[in-house]
Design a protein around this ligand. Structure first.
Ligand code: COA
Length: 394
């Protein structure tokens, strides 16, 4: 991986726009940059979502930006046990060559039988707290993004709260599929900037191997276990410049676990029909993943007045090497600037972006001042995007 340059002029312009928007010059006091941009097209009450032309899809990247937020600490955890392509070839009719060519994945991790998602989330969270030089007592809110909670009730976030001893924190889960961590950042950003929380712990944690059907060669090749976490505070090493999120519930059949909820409670029949495993329509998911992440990236660039040349790194959801490359190409971001972390990790759903971000940071890839585009897509359908600016390392 090689770093790209940022354009200080652009960053200065964004800063000027933010300063302008926060003054009363725009006719609305304390109006943030994103809102300023959108107000050019659609006047509205400060802080509200634009009245719109809503179709079946929605997007809420257009909120008022007041105050600041940043990622103050990062951590991740990957289980030691490895599932190789050769292991899968002994289970289903596939090959290392096919999997490598179609997905870029060589191996993925599997959690210990005794561990649940909260255990992985706890390890990543503890690392993020240490990195942020904070303790569990400092945390006001814990958000756990997961599609594989320890159990439907209680929230895995409450279990992590107990493990950390973060008893001053509220805690809840976010179910936004592979976009969950970025949805968590979107939420944490709003809480911190609104003054409703000083420090929010955002965790993406998954044990996908427990919901993967190892008799289905179209899905079992993709998924692995892991967790990534960050602390969002008013200030930190990755300043959040933009955040947006969207969903399209008309496409909910593309990725699902059909049984185990109120529509289809667990029964002998649902187990026999393998309805508790993750199902996905690979080809349609592939196309939607590329389209939605590219659209989210374009929306972020348009809202901030940046161009793809200003982006030093893109970190898309680590679904599949072909999806990641296609997103980079269609956004005009050269592949060496697109973080590719699927080879030894696979698709870890809500954990994939924070793991990739933390591993790239630990590899020394980032330089102060660089802009990073985070992108995610997942079941729902959901998607989300953030632009962060790398600050000085402590
Ligand atoms: C799953 C995925 C790798 C399949 O790759 P693809 O190129 O779309 O392959 P297709 O599904 O079109 O299948 C092509 C052929 O390969 C076969 N095939 C599928 N999986 C295979 C495997 N593991 N090994 C060998 N052959 C396989 C299919 O049966 C099909 O054969 P056929 O033409 O004889 O019917 C790809 O669609 C994908 O990555 N989709 C996105 C999944 C994802 O990321 N989901 C999570 C998003 S959040």
């Amino acid at each position: 991986m090689a770093g790209g340059g940022t354009c200080p002029e652009r960053v200065r312009k964004v800063r000027e726009h933010i300063a302008y928007a926060r003054s009363a010059k725009g006719g609305q006091t304390r109006q943030g940059y994103s809102a300023l941009v959108n107000n050019e097209a659609t006047p509205r009450v400060p802080g509200s979502i634009a009245p719109t032309t809503r179709s079946t899809t929605s997007s809420c990247g257009r909120h008022t930006r007041v105050g600041t937020s940043a990622i103050a600490g990062l951590g991740y955890y990957l289980p030691k046990d490895v599932i190789t392509n050769a292991d899968l070839s002994s289970l289903v009719d596939t090959s290392d060559e096919w999997i490598t060519e179609r997905t870029g994945i060589h191996s993925r991790r599997r959690a210990d039988k005794l561990h649940a998602t909260s255990d992985l989330g706890f390890s990543a969270a503890a690392a993020a707290l240490e990195d942020a030089h904070l303790t569990a007592d400092d945390i006001d809110m814990i958000l756990v993004a997961t599609a594989t909670p320890d159990s439907p009730v209680p929230a895995t976030a409450c279990i992590v709260q107990k493990m950390l001893g973060a008893f001053g924190a509220a805690a809840m889960d976010i179910n936004a599929g592979c976009s969950g961590f970025l949805y968590g950042l979107h939420t944490a950003d709003a809480l911190v900037r609104a003054g409703a929380a000083r420090h929010v712990l955002v965790i993406g944690a998954e044990i996908l191997t427990r919901v993967t059907d190892y008799s289905d060669r179209r899905t079992c090749i993709l998924f692995g276990d892991g967790a990534g976490a960050c602390v969002v505070s008013a200030r930190g090493v990755f300043e959040l410049l933009y955040t947006g999120a969207g969903a399209d519930g008309t496409q909910l059949d593309l990725i699902s676990i059909p049984a185990g909820g109120s529509r289809s409670p667990a029964s002998n029949a649902t187990v026999a029909e393998r309805q508790h495993y993750l199902k996905l329509d690979g080809g349609r998911v592939f196309r939607q993943a590329v389209r939605r992440m590219v659209e989210a990236g374009h929306a972020a660039l348009a809202a901030t007045g940046l161009t793809s040349d200003d982006i030093a790194w893109a970190i898309p959801h680590q679904a599949n090497a072909r999806i990641i490359s296609a997103v980079g190409e269609q956004l005009g971001i050269a592949v060496p600037k697109v973080v590719m972390d699927v080879a030894e990790v696979g698709n870890t759903s809500a954990a994939s972006v924070p793991i990739a971000l933390a591993r790239a940071r630990n590899a020394g890839s980032f330089v102060a001042g660089q802009l990073i585009l985070l992108l995610a897509f997942g079941a729902g359908l959901t998607w989300a995007c953030q632009i962060v600016r790398v600050g000085e390392a402590r």
